[in-house]
Structures are given as structure tokens and as C-alpha cells.
Design a protein. Structure first.
Length: 209
């Protein structure tokens, strides 16, 4: 990167307020970036993979080609200047734990949302300082990777990013004789209750062949 390009990048980051630091620009990171961009939210991408950064730059995102677990990289991304949230979305738990640990050390008050790829690592993430976890391995996980691209799931992410006190996540059991028992999704009319359906967990799941 030329000195001119470096200065332009620094200037762009300095202009970001209430921004999200997006660590990892793989499949999940790209989808989140797309949603952040669509919702006109400020964010900075960090990835050590040159091809990922080239793709981010092609989309005209603010992007840093560096190791997101390094103090200097996170500082350059604005962790103590303008950033409100850190999202750790790489496919490697060790990397995500290090990013979480470094982020919490640099900014004790920042919100950290991290992807946890293995269930046995969950405790490590919370010990490192994560506030919320994305858990692709759990079918009921609100922010599971398969739900990331859905607008309804993103509304929940948006609420977390903005500390929206009106965003609440609840699991509702549809028991026999409940007014929703036997009602199709098309006729359920969740909107009249100001509710959005994230997913369904059935006692009798149907597996497609």
C-alpha cells in the first residue's frame, strides 16, 4: 500500500463513528458486511487474507490487510476511537479467542460478538471477554451461520449493535390447544403481536431425503 493510500485509509477510519470492527471476511463476514452496508452502518473490515481484502476493497468497504489479533491493527481500526462493536467471524476458534482477548484488553467497554465454531470452546470465549456468541453448531442458535443472511435474524443483530432495549429474544412453546396450535405460518399473523419468527424447533422434525 502506498503512503497516499495509507493516509486515505486512516482518514476514512477516523471519520467512522459508532462503527463495527469486522474481523474476518469469509462467507459469514461477507454476509454481515453486506447487511451492515445495506443498513448504512459504519464498519471496518480486517482480514489477513489478501484475496478477502481485495474483495472487500472491490466492494469499496474500508478494509485493513492485517492480523486482527494484533494490538496495533485493532487500534488502527479505531477500537479506542469511534468503534462500538467488534465482530469476530473467522472460522478458527483460536484466532477468534485471541481477537476477543486483545479487544477486551484494549477497550474494556466495547461490545464483542464472536463466532464459536466448537461447543467446548464457549467457556473460553466468555473468559476472554465476549459479550455474545455466534454458535453455528446449535440448531436453535439465533445467530447461527445459516440464519446470518436472513433479514429477520439481522434485525436481532442490529438491535444488539445498537443496545436496543426493545429487542427481546424468547422461545415460545406451542402446546396442545394453544391458539397457535395447528395454525399455518401464513395465518399466524406474528406482526400483530410485534413479533418476528426466527426459526422453529419441532418435537417431530421432518428430514428431507
Amino acid at each position: 500500500m502506498s503512503e497516499f493510500q495509507d493516509d486515505r485509509l486512516k482518514a476514512s477510519i477516523e471519520k467512522c463513528t459508532q462503527s463495527t470492527i469486522l474481523c474476518g471476511f469469509g462467507r459469514v463476514g461477507q454476509e454481515i458486511a453486506s447487511q451492515l452496508h445495506a443498513n448504512k452502518l459504519n464498519f471496518v473490515v480486517i482480514d489477513i487474507d489478501e484475496q478477502h481484502i481485495a474483495l472487500a476493497q472491490k466492494k469499496e468497504y474500508i478494509a485493513l490487510h492485517d492480523d486482527a489479533s494484533k494490538n496495533t491493527t485493532l487500534e488502527q481500526a479505531g477500537i479506542n476511537h469511534g468503534a462500538k462493536t467488534v465482530l469476530c467471524t473467522t472460522g478458527d476458534d483460536v484466532t477468534n479467542v485471541y481477537i476477543t482477548l486483545t479487544s477486551r484488553y484494549l477497550n474494556p467497554d466495547i461490545t464483542i460478538i464472536s463466532r464459536a465454531n466448537r461447543e467446548d470452546n464457549v467457556k473460553k470465549f466468555y473468559q476472554a471477554g465476549a459479550n455474545y456468541l455466534v454458535q453455528p453448531y446449535t440448531s436453535a442458535g439465533l445467530l447461527a451461520a445459516e440464519y446470518i443472511g436472513q433479514p429477520v435474524a439481522f434485525e436481532a443483530i442490529h438491535g444488539i449493535l445498537h443496545d436496543d432495549k426493545d429487542v427481546k429474544i424468547e422461545a415460545i412453546t406451542i402446546s396442545q390447544n394453544c391458539f397457535l396450535d395447528g395454525v399455518s405460518l401464513q395465518k399466524a399473523c406474528f406482526n400483530q403481536y410485534k413479533a418476528r419468527l426466527i426459526g422453529i424447533v419441532s418435537d417431530n422434525p421432518i428430514h428431507a431425503k
